[in-house]
Design a protein around this ligand. Sequence first.
Ligand code: PMP
Length: 285
Amino acid sequence: MSLKVYISGQLYDKDDAKISVYDHGLLYGDGVFEGMRIYGGKVFRMQEHLDRLWNSAKAIWLEIPMTPGDLAKAIDETVAANGLVDGYVRLVVTRGAGTLGLDPNRTSNPRVIIIADKITLYPQEYYENGLEIITVSTMRNHPAALSPRVKSLNYLNNILAKIEGLQAGCEEALMLNHKGEVAECTGDNLFLVKRGQLLTPPIDAGILEGITRAVVIELATEAGIPVREIPLTRHDVYIADECFLTGSAAEVVPVVKVDSRRIGDGRPGPVTRQLMTRFHEVTRQ
Ligand code: PMP
């Protein structure tokens, strides 16, 4: 059975799921998106993802042509139509087809696309032994140019950083902000553990407000682990006891080496492992 993809009110076979080459989502990266996880046939933290999608759309003057309730229903139906129990949902809203010019007023019909598919995870080895990352020279978008809080279809900033990381042999790359502070990785947020406290850059460090980040902050707080959202430098990363990344696809993944320096004792630390276990429990309950 072919995978079904939802586009603006209808399900299509994957091979027939197409949009116009005049869509400004393609021509200019003019649109917004979300990446969500399906656990046990249900989308995890759907409401938070919808809120973020609507906020991203509002920031770029894009009106999503349906209500959040109807979109939630369409997502559930697409997940069910594909019989997915564990998987990933990519939600995309494009500006729609228009003329060959930037003017969004000359577009019509924003497309709402829902792709529900299996997920390709990081290899299990990363969760057991930890990931090695590197700081790259591509800095995170300056918030005054394009706020990193907007999850837009224009991901070139992160793609350039990802390429730099891959060229250095690393699956993830650490990006700094315009002030030289630690921001986030190309598709994941970053956490440190220092003397039993959880540290993570604040939103105004120029990062995406990760939904997994928020879940981990909640879980840590419940477990009595103090959490501080404070500006961090690379130095803080190097001297941390533990480091890990969070993201809808990656979940919670330990980092054991940054810029060739061993973090802590070079193995996933106890706080990281505790939070990985808790995260697993809340997603697979
Ligand atoms: N930062 C960036 C740049 C991302 O693309 C993502 C993944 N969407 C994240 C962080 C993690 O966010 P979330 O936990 O909401 O998936």
